[in-house]
Design a binder for this molecule. Structure first.
Ligand code: UDP
Ligand code: MG
Length: 314
């Protein structure tokens, strides 16, 4: 019986592959529980796929999932999650060894203490100054505007209990932001601070465009704010136009220094801009509702039921 599945998405990672397998093998040789490793080839154009096939044929604790093309990190991890055989939990790590797989023991300890999600928090980052600032600003913005709490500075490196894996697998949403979905599931979650290592070999596989897509998914999948802000903007525009109108009438009556037709023109522009923004916001509200409906997230997730005098775990 397998206890824990370790999920590793790989996209053109032949440079780091040898080291990765070495580290993983020594980790799973020495755990008190049984592990499988799920290696996902996310449509690599280098030798990664054949390296995966070779190790999986040699050591049955390794499973290879070869995707038909490059789907991106989040979907590669989702493919791994959909194939977890571990009865207790799954751990997600990056293939470039920035996330030390040795932490599996600490994470497992917290799992046995009753935590369903153990997510790693990056104490330090090895990225350049600009990227660091961008990450920091992004996580803080996201925390402010998301509908519920997504922890700051946590990535996909985490351990998820079996029921959390099952719940995430039950969410058929297309654009996936796993760290948000993980937080959305709920249960007992705990952060674990660690020092993020440098990539051990090769170059980053997250292009800027992939990074932006991830960031947008994080905002739009978990926040209504961008839509709600339109209606609010419209409301304030209308309010402003009315105040401005009153002020102009006052100048007109007491100072008579407002040119003919000016007030009416400006008022029409501002007032109707406001009306348009509010209308867009209203339509946006309907779009949000449609979006929430078609996304088909479960309505709620039950932790436990106490029935007939007994606790029933879900
Ligand atoms: N990755 C993937 N598909 C992609 C891009 C990246 O499976 O389209 C994998 C990659 O091989 C690595 C992990 O996702 O195991 C994280 O990528 P990377 O380390 O390049 O991101 P960074 O740490 O630079 O943000
Ligand atoms: Mg990396």
């Amino acid at each position: 019986m397998i206890d824990i599945s370790i999920i590793v998405p790989l996209y053109n990672e032949e440079a780091v592959f040898g080291q990765l397998i070495q580290r993983l093998t020594s980790v799973i040789n020495n755990t008190a529980f049984s592990c499988e490793v799920i290696l996902i080839n996310d449509g690599s154009s280098d030798n990664t796929a054949s390296l995966i096939e070779a190790i999986c044929k040699e050591d049955s604790r390794f499973t290879g999932i070869l995707l038909s093309r490059n789907y991106g990190h989040q979907l590669a991890v989702s493919a791994g999650l959909a194939n977890v055989r571990g009865k207790k939990a799954a751990m997600i790590i990056d293939g470039d060894l920035q996330d030390p797989p040795e932490l599996i023991n600490e994470f497992y300890g917290l799992l046995t203490k009753g935590y369903d999600v153990i997510y790693a928090i990056r104490k330090n980052r090895k990225e350049g100054f600009f990227k660091k600032m961008a990450y920091s600003a992004y996580y803080r913005l996201q925390k402010k505007i998301s509908n519920f709490n997504i922890p700051i500075d946590s990535g996909d490196f985490s351990m998820l209990s079996r029921r959390v894996v099952d719940n995430i697998n039950d969410m058929p949403e297309q654009s996936r932001y796993l760290r948000g979905m993980r937080a959305w599931v709920g249960f007992k979650q705990i952060g674990y601070e660690y020092n993020r290592d440098e990539r051990q070999a090769g170059e980053t596989k997250y292009s800027w465009s992939k990074l932006f897509e991830l960031a947008f998914n994080g905002i739009f999948n978990f926040s209504d704010f961008p839509v709600k802000v339109i209606a609010r903007l419209g409301f304030f525009t209308i309010l402003f136009s009315l105040v401005y109108f009153a002020y102009n009438i006052y100048r007109r009556i007491f100072y008579n220094d407002v040119p003919q037709g000016f007030t009416a023109t400006i008022l029409a522009i501002i007032l109707f801009s406001g009306v348009q923004l509010i209308s867009l916001g209203l339509i946006g509200e309907y779009v949000l509702r449609i979006y929430n409906q078609v996304r088909k997230r479960p309505l709620f997730i039950i932790d436990k039921i106490v029935q007939d005098g007994k606790e029933k775990e879900q």
